[in-house]
Design a binder for this molecule. Sequence first.
Ligand SMILES: Cc1ncc(COP(=O)(O)O)c(C=O)c1O
Length: 361
Amino acid sequence: MNSKIFLSPPHMSGKELDYIKEVFESNYIAPVGEFIERFEQSICDFTKAKYTCAVVNGTSAIHLALRILGIKNGDKVLASTFTFIGSITPILFQNAEPVFIDSDESWNIDPGLVEEAAKKEKPKALIVTHLYGQMAKIEDLLFLSRKYGFYLIEDAAEALGATYKKKHAGTFGDFGIYSFNGNKIITTSSGGMLVSSNGEWIRQARFLSTQAKENYPWYEHETFGYNYRMSNVLAAIGVAQMEVLEERVKRKREIFDIYKRELGDIADFMPEIENSRGNRWLTTLIFKDKNPLKVSETLKKHNIESRPLWKPMHTQPVFRNAKAYINGASEALFKKGLCLPSGTALKDEQIIEICRIIRKG
Ligand SMILES: Cc1ncc(COP(=O)(O)O)c(C=O)c1O
């Protein structure tokens, strides 16, 4: 193929430049302004989250959640091992200790192992990733968080638009977070959102994300904060992107269906738990016989990007000393799996052509 096919490139709605122009005309080219509020409101309207705080990225949103929940030096935080490192580094920012939990047949975190770890480790919190936009077993996790008294943070960085029993990913736990990084289902180039049904916590998030300035005529600080607030320029992109989010979810799901139809005999695809609707951010599969690295090489020769599944955190050198509750599931997935191009601007014919190349590879 001539022009490169990326894994999940930005897909603009067409309104972004109009809204950015409005920002420039108002001269609110800063981390304050009307579009930040509009973007936050659009997330509330779509997900039914009660309160939101727009920030610079998903990682900073998780960091704020941990800080506000009082996670500190020596506290243990359970987290999905089968995830991206941005889900985990905020635990280190707070000098707390990550304890990694393996996946089950859903590919997402295994509630049985969470319970085992909760009994032994007495964690303060759990960060659950809704992997590749597919819902984790959120009802079981909520139950465990209440039973064992730990906070629940939903890393829905990849899962905006996913639902369980029609309730949105990110709105079940104490906090939820979304990412608007360039590869996500909608993007603001980089950006993130913290959501909660606790208004006081979100008030604190706004305060901490703008350097913890007290209400004085001069800069007065009783504690320290961060420079984490989203820019009004990027929020304008976000408002335009939210207008097409539902369309994007539909297209991601169609793309998944085409891959499954074309490759269902040679691969198994990431499942969707009962009563849920994933956003199918990336179509991911595990090959029955093929070597995913070889397939990826073949695709690369045709100028097509693909990528192995996340390498589990407990196998990363940086976490060699971390505690982990492991059953082998995520390591097996990593060995056999691949993420396929899932950009919403892809044409059906292009996907079919990609499948043809995969069969050969
Ligand atoms: C599961 C997961 N968590 C956290 C992040 C971090 O988000 P960001 O890149 O916006 O900081 C990402 C994506 O980048 C992610 O995929």
